[in-house]
Design a protein around this ligand. Sequence first.
Ligand SMILES: Cc1ncc(COP(=O)(O)O)c(C=O)c1O
Length: 392
Amino acid sequence: MLANRIKAIPPSPTLTITAKAKAMRAAGEDVLSLAAGEPDFDAPEHVKEAAIKAIKEGFNKYTPVGGIPELKEAIVNFVKREYGLGYDPEEVLVCCGGKQALYNLFQVILNPGDEVIIPAPYWVSYPPIVLLAGGKPVIIETKEEESFKLNPQDLEAHITPWTKALILNSPSNPTGSVYTKEELEAIAHILKGKNIWIVSDDVYHKIILKDEIKWMCIASIDEEIRKRTFIVNALSKTYSLTGWRIGYLIGSKEVIKAATRLQSQSTSNPNSIAQKGAVAALNGPQEFLQTWVDAFKRRANRLMEMLIEIPNLSCFEPQGAFYAFPNISAYFNKTITDSVKMAEYLLEEAKVAVVPGAAFGKEGFIRISFATSLEVIEKACQRLKKALEKLK
Ligand SMILES: Cc1ncc(COP(=O)(O)O)c(C=O)c1O
């Protein structure tokens, strides 16, 4: 009945957990969620006001497919400020979220059998998006002891004549690791002179948790690398606007033109009202973002303090985004043999929802989101500790 295209996409291993958590909550159980993939802050007031104004002024019609000129300009200016890189508006496509930017990109650059290198743990949607475009995900495992970062030698060993692109995600969902300038240079060095696109997913770039870390996009290394890089970013995580669905793709004019053509036959323009709100977010005050990042820092610190108290559990200290990715494999036993079973156990026993590492292509780990209050983090960690102790 169904097309092969969709049959190739396995059901998400997180679905059962989230469905169960929902059902438990509906039944009145006190379930704490550490599974959120979005900031818990409200959208900024001036952004809401701009959207309300757009509605009141009747900004209701179709807009240009790739976004209104003032939004493209705001994105160009934002990227100039944030990345120190200059782009033309014709190098920008505004999409319905960062996800559609990735989807459009792979649809227009991949031919059947083209390979896309994806370091694991990876964001859940990368492999399905590549598969849906007829590509072949080539997964490179990274190590906890190497801060879950792509090792240049491993990258080199996985490059074949069919390699079309590499995906980099810094700060990373799910590990919170952030590439340094030197690490990006080492990766760029391997890719020099090779006809391989780099896809830089920067949706968490404003959420840096360590003062000593300076975020950088690989596109800033030099002109050759910049020309081969596509920037994917969004307003979703930065401005707490996940539901507004505004993201963007920046890079080669030719590819942007093709991706716009593709978008014209699928969603057309992103929501007109959200585009007006996005202009206000990008051009408006940015100071409040620091208070959000400071809140994430406090939460990350408290979470790490509490996780360290759990014996036999190790956790890479997140440097960006709002996730921690602890190694819980020491608690596996005869019945709890993998991360999905562990997440199910933690939900049943501790009434805490987490996402299994398997969803991100990494067994033995769980993802904990700290996009929630300190109170929930503390209570949930106490419950996790108790539930894990029972497994001894
Ligand atoms: C790494 C990463 N990239 C892209 C996205 C997509 O973001 P958006 O909501 O803008 O589509 C997400 C959302 O969870 C993400 O974690």
